[in-house]
Write a protein of this length. Structure first.
Lengths: 406, 154
């Protein structure tokens, strides 16, 4: 598949948004969906629908096979050792809550310490915060440097003998910094520390190789990865998933239920209680195929070129201040304009069909550190082009005109 | 949608140079308001005298042009009013933003009404309505002074 014509695969770009062509720069929030994914949902509900893993009739067996096929595709795509290391969840948020909750129950003792970074999204902070109260554990934040990166030294220097877990994002949804997960894991494992990675922004844009990264857990958000909403994935090393207790109880996750005793199912059923997001899981197989048909190396190159182009344009715009300049950067450009609040920027850009996000992007810790209440963020996906950044810049200039800036 | 209706001269001017952006000395009522979606925050300070009259009103905080202008215009119009008049104006303004096409209160002069109606542009932008109403809800909370923090998401 040719990346220059990839936009054609996404039906939403045929739509006029308030009479404008859509300039979609909000993929870090959620990506648009290619036609093959949308069609697959329709096809499954139209011709093949059944619940999975329960009944023995034809449709149930076929749907179960399709559901499990996605698990195998994900296993291969992220290079996990075993397909049972792939757990479907309702989102990356649930995946991170699952890890925090079960590790908290089984593994953490009062006084233990967890390291997060100042870059973390609220979904990789709040679930750990719960353990402050229930387990009396301590959370330490590794600081960012002036480029908006977290150098490994900033993690290393706050490790203590009580540090049990390091929970970090792969790619910052505000500064775009890509964290050196492999090196952090090596350091952590040398001290017996578990590594949990929030891969929401990493998964759609970076090469995923669990053997190389060697992290213990990796959380994925499928709707940011050209897939359906309502679906996330937790990768966990088998030894952990086997050892940790179940998260939610219900149908499908049990082995045997008696009045006085319950035994739980084997992996991955143990963590998939209740009816799962069946259609979404089955359609996500098409998202993986879509990514594979382009090739992750091509995606990385396309997005790197594009973000450099976008950075150059915005740097030349004298009112725009970019947030962070990490050396290793993914497809996220956050910025402020002196004298114009990000929400006003977003509303004015929207008038031209330019969709960005404004606010703290669920990263209040980071915005407090930067001493700004909010920022504007343009983030890209495979379908973006240089024209999108030209239009962004033009609309920013319109913003400046309305607010009478030079 | 019309950007010119949203970003009228008066709004841009108040947004840039907000009136009463300070902290009232010897305030006797106050409240904080927050919009968790965007991180905007406002802190309203009131000094009500023995005759239930607003001797001074001021605010601190940060936010978009709409929210700063709204707080600025509000504090200008509320200063010097009795608490009953203040309540009438608040109710009238919030009613207008929510559903009424016009302001109804007789205690507002025409040019005061014009200023407030400048904020009616947000009605076309559902995601921005809270920017215009946060300081007003916070003022209600300050007058009741129940110590509760106002959140646009409650």
């Amino acid at each position: 598949m040719n990346i220059d014509t990839i936009k054609k695969e996404f039906p939403i770009f045929d739509e006029k948004i308030q009479n404008n062509d859509l300039v979609y720069l909000d993929s870090a929030n959620s990506s648009q969906k290619p036609k093959i994914v949308i069609d697959r949902i329709n096809e499954f509900y139209t011709k093949q629908f059944s619940n999975v893993g329960r009944s023995v009739h034809y449709l149930a067996v076929a749907a179960t096979n399709l559901y499990e096929n996605t698990r195998t595709s994900v296993q291969k795509y992220i290079n996990a050792k075993d397909k049972n290391e792939i757990v479907f969840t309702k989102g990356a948020t649930e995946a991170l809550n699952l890890v925090a909750n079960t590790l908290g129950q089984k593994y953490l003792q009062e006084g233990d310490e967890i390291i997060l970074t100042e870059l973390e999204h609220h979904s990789n902070y709040v679930p750990w915060h719960y353990l402050r109260k229930s387990k009396n554990i301590k959370i330490n934040f590794a600081e960012i440097n002036e480029d908006g990166e977290v150098p490994i030294e900033n993690i290393e220097k706050i490790i203590t003998p009580k540090t049990k877990i390091i929970a970090i994002n792969h790619l910052s949804n505000v500064t775009g910094a890509i964290l050196p997960i492999k090196e952090i894991t090596q350091l952590a494992h040398s001290k017996g520390i578990i590594v949990v990675v929030d891969g929401c922004q990493g998964a759609p844009h970076l090469k995923l190789d669990m053997q190389e990264l060697d992290c213990d857990f990796y959380a994925i958000s499928c709707h940011k990865m050209y897939g359906p909403t309502g679906l996330g994935i937790l990768y966990g090393k088998k030894k952990w998933l086997e050892e940790l207790p179940p998260y939610q109880g219900g149908g499908g996750m049990i082995k045997e239920v008696k009045k006085d005793k319950i035994t739980y199912g084997d992996l991955p059923n143990k963590y998939e209680a209740g009816t799962m997001a069946t259609a979404q899981v089955i359609a996500f197989d098409q998202s993986i195929r879509f990514l594979e048909s382009i090739g992750i190396e091509n995606i990385i190159k396309h997005e790197k070129d594009l973000i450099e182009y976008g950075q150059d344009i915005l740097r030349r715009n004298n009112s725009v201040k970019l947030i962070g300049k990490p050396k290793n950067k993914g497809g996220v450009l956050s910025f402020t304009i002196e004298g114009v609040h990000p929400h006003d920027i977003a509303t004015i850009l929207d008038e031209d069909g330019v969709a960005i996000r404004a606010g703290h992007h669920c990263c209040q810790i980071l915005h407090d550190k930067l001493e700004i209440p909010a920022s504007a963020r343009a983030s890209i996906g495979v379908y973006n082009t240089k024209n999108d950044f030209d239009q962004l810049n033009e609309s920013i200039n319109k913003c400046k005109k309305i607010f009478d800036l030079k | 949608m019309n950007l010119k209706e949203l970003y009228q001269e008066i709004i841009l001017e108040h947004g840039k140079n907000p009136r009463n952006l300070r902290k009232t000395e010897n305030f006797n009522k106050d409240a904080e308001g927050k919009n968790p979606l965007c991180g905007d925050n406002v802190h309203i300070y009131l000094k009500l005298n023995n005759h239930r009259k607003v001797e001074d009103i001021s605010f601190e905080g940060s936010g978009c042009a709409i929210s700063m202008a709204s707080a600025s215009i509000m504090t200008d119009l509320i200063k010097g009013r009795s608490d009953n008049e203040a309540r009438e104006i608040i109710e009238d303004f919030l009613g207008m933003i929510k559903e009424n096409p016009e302001l109804k209160s007789n205690i507002l002069k025409e040019d005061d009404k014009t200023k407030l109606m400048c904020l009616s542009g947000v009605k076309q932008y559902p995601m921005r309505v809270k920017c215009a109403t946060l300081s007003w809800h916070t003022l209600v909370s300050a007058m009741e002074n129940d110590g509760k923090e106002v959140s646009t998401e409650s």
